[in-house]
Ligand binder design. Sequence first.
Ligand code: G
Ligand code: G
Ligand code: MN
Ligand code: NA
Length: 254
Amino acid sequence: LMLESRLWQALEQNEFELYLQPQIELATQRIIGAEALLRWHHPELGMVGPDRFIPIAEESGLIIPLGDWVLQRACSLLHAWRAPGLSHLRLAVNLSARQCHGPGLLPHLDRMLHSHGIDPALLELEITESAAMQDPERSRALLIELRSRGIKVAIDDFGTGYSSLSYLKLFEIDRIKIDRGFVKDIESDPNDAVIVAATIALAHSLGLEVIAEGVETEAQRDFLRAKQCDEAQGYLFARPMPVAQFEAMVRTAE
Ligand code: G
Ligand code: G
Ligand code: MN
Ligand code: NA
């Protein structure tokens, strides 16, 4: 209850910040973009992570204005990145279930993309299986609308739902994000290794790209690269970080 009432105030008082976690192309080891991850600088509690406040924001409806704020910040970043050395970067943004199924998302996105003059292909929206499956017909229609604008769509936490294969059949998407639960034991659990390798092959044969999350070791990275996984994200490469630090990292790497 305390956090809920503080959340509305937090939005007004600009206490939220987007952190960025680099995404790496495995074949070249280059940073090809980032996932935007929300952080709350609470004046007394310090940094509060999204696991603590996103569920509350979903429940209370704050997720709509908060999600709009995230998209607006993401679009203004993409606008700023139309600069030498940064213009290739893609930005992935998480959508919550309520945001996906509300009526305001597409008009808001259209306004943001237009007013910031952004190439829609540089924006990727991450939708979890469970969010999409809450209302499969609506999600299907939404994903078609997003993709008709050239916006990229990724399935987040792929493999953790009860309907991963139905998802691939039902929805038009661009990329799957292999959940870090499968990546974690790739070296020690032969089942996980087989599942990950088969998922990559399946995705590729459907014309989809694959990113693996939660990559923490060189052995995991080498396994994924050997199985032709396109991209990876995780503590091995970098933790989520403030925008300025991400930009400096990209510039140094170039
Ligand atoms: O950032 P962390 O490192 O703690 O993220 C935890 C969870 O919060 C992840 O599942 C992520 O998808 C979710 N999350 C982070 N940022 C956002 C956001 O801007 N919107 C939504 N809906 N979820 C987010
Ligand atoms: O949106 P999603 O649920 O995938 O959110 C990504 C979450 O995973 C964030 O909480 C982020 O901080 C976390 N994360 C990113 N890389 C790693 C990693 O290598 N290991 C672990 N354990 N968590 C990670
Ligand atoms: Mn995500
Ligand atoms: Na995920």
